[in-house]
Design a protein around this ligand. Structure first.
Ligand code: PMP
Length: 358
């Protein structure tokens, strides 16, 4: 009888709650408004010829590499950062190898690592989700082949100090170190300028968040040219679809749009953090387009918000996130709606004014 590999048989399945998302989408860290109008204009121009052809990735890779100030062989466009993670697992992990992650973090690292039969070692964050730089270094062994770090981290919004990331890259020369910068635009600091010093360092970016293109599925992986040659070998030559490739240059050309969006989100983030502080709700200052907050009864909070037309994400099942929800920020008008609903929900649930302080 046909049976999947053992690693796959024992793999937990991950079902993000995508069904019935009616309301203001503050649950998946997407752009809450949508992409630049220039992208929509480009979409309207697409005809059957563009869809009939197999997509050609190279010219768009050259454009993106140019904008990032790197050589084209150092960059691979991917079907979102998810595919970049998957490709790194394919390229570097053998069954029984060790792979390191920090918890809590983005779920797909563990899933793709486990699917390769790797031993996934979870290093818990410190108090207040401080990046566990020392603990992580202490867990590096000669069997460590992949280390994945989201910076800023999801769902906490906390960041890893650059010095820690450099120390890890130095301490694990035989491991691929992925610094996942999915939320780079909201943070502003990157490991890209230091990338050339480390042949084992990879940086991933996505167009799913600030750029509002989560549905197109496009991201980028940057690494040492020799290493990227190996990564390309395990990738489909057609991994990024023609529509995404046609739209990406337009999205990148409209930097004003991104800057405006990012600055409004940062302002909304500060407003939400002030509101949580005033209500005595514990939260962790975030560098992403979202904030993690300990509301206590997370599931009923999510339900109360849903009734008011606002979708937020229950993260109470994540390591160290008991009673927590993650709330995505959008521009001003969306923050207005969020803050009104938040106040009402907190009052109705009786969890405002210090009730959830430890
Ligand atoms: N990395 C992190 C840290 C994320 O939070 C997410 C999305 N939630 C992703 C990667 C996935 O991004 P993409 O849509 O590019 O696959």
């Amino acid at each position: 009888m046909l049976s999947p590999r053992e690693a796959v048989r024992t793999l937990p399945s991950y079902h993000p709650p995508l069904a019935g998302r009616d309301g203001l989408r503050l649950d998946f860290n997407e752009n809450t408004v949508g992409c630049s109008p220039r992208v929509l204009e480009r979409l309207r121009q697409l005809g059957p010829e563009q869809l009939a052809r197999y997509p050609e990735r190279d010219p768009v890779e050259t454009t993106v590499a140019g904008l990032l100030g790197i050589a084209p062989p150092e960059l691979l466009l991917t079907n979102g950062v998810d595919e970049a993670i998957h490709l790194l697992c394919e390229t570097y992990l053998e069954p029984g190898d060790e792979a390191l992650i920090v918890v809590p973090t983005y779920s797909m690292y563990r899933i793709y690592m486990m699917a390769k039969g790797a031993d996934v070692i979870s290093v818990p964050s410190g108090k207040d989700f401080v990046f566990p730089g020392n603990d992580l270094c202490n867990r590096i062994t000669p069997r460590t082949r992949l280390i994945a770090i989201a910076n800023p981290n999801n769902p906490t919004g906390t960041v890893a100090p650059r010095e820690d990331l450099l120390r890890i890259a130095r301490a694990a020369p035989s491991a691929a170190l992925l610094v996942d910068e999915a939320y780079f635009e909201f943070y502003g600091q990157s490991m890209l300028p230091r990338r050339p010093e480390f042949p084992n360092l990879f940086v991933a970016r996505t167009f799913s968040k600030a750029y509002g293109l989560a549905g197109l599925r496009i991201g980028a992986l940057v690494g040492d040219a020799d290493q990227m040659r190996a990564v390309r070998r395990v990738s489909s030559p057609y991994n990024v679809n023609a529509v995404a490739l046609a739209c990406l240059p337009e999205a990148l050309n409209d930097q004003d749009y991104i800057q405006r969006y990012v600055s409004e989100v940062r302002e909304s983030r500060a407003r939400l953090e002030r509101a949580l502080e005033a209500s005595g709700i514990r939260f962790w200052p975030s560098q992403g387009n979202f904030v993690l907050a300990r509301v206590g009864a997370a599931a009923s909070f999510v339900e109360h918000m849903r009734r008011r037309g606002i979708l937020v994400r229950d993260r109470s099942g994540d390591h160290g996130c008991e009673g927590c929800v993650r709330i995505t920020l959008g521009p001003r008008a969306h923050a207005d709606r969020l803050l009104t609903a938040l106040q009402e929900a907190l009052e109705e649930l009786g969890i405002a004014q210090g009730a959830s302080r430890p």
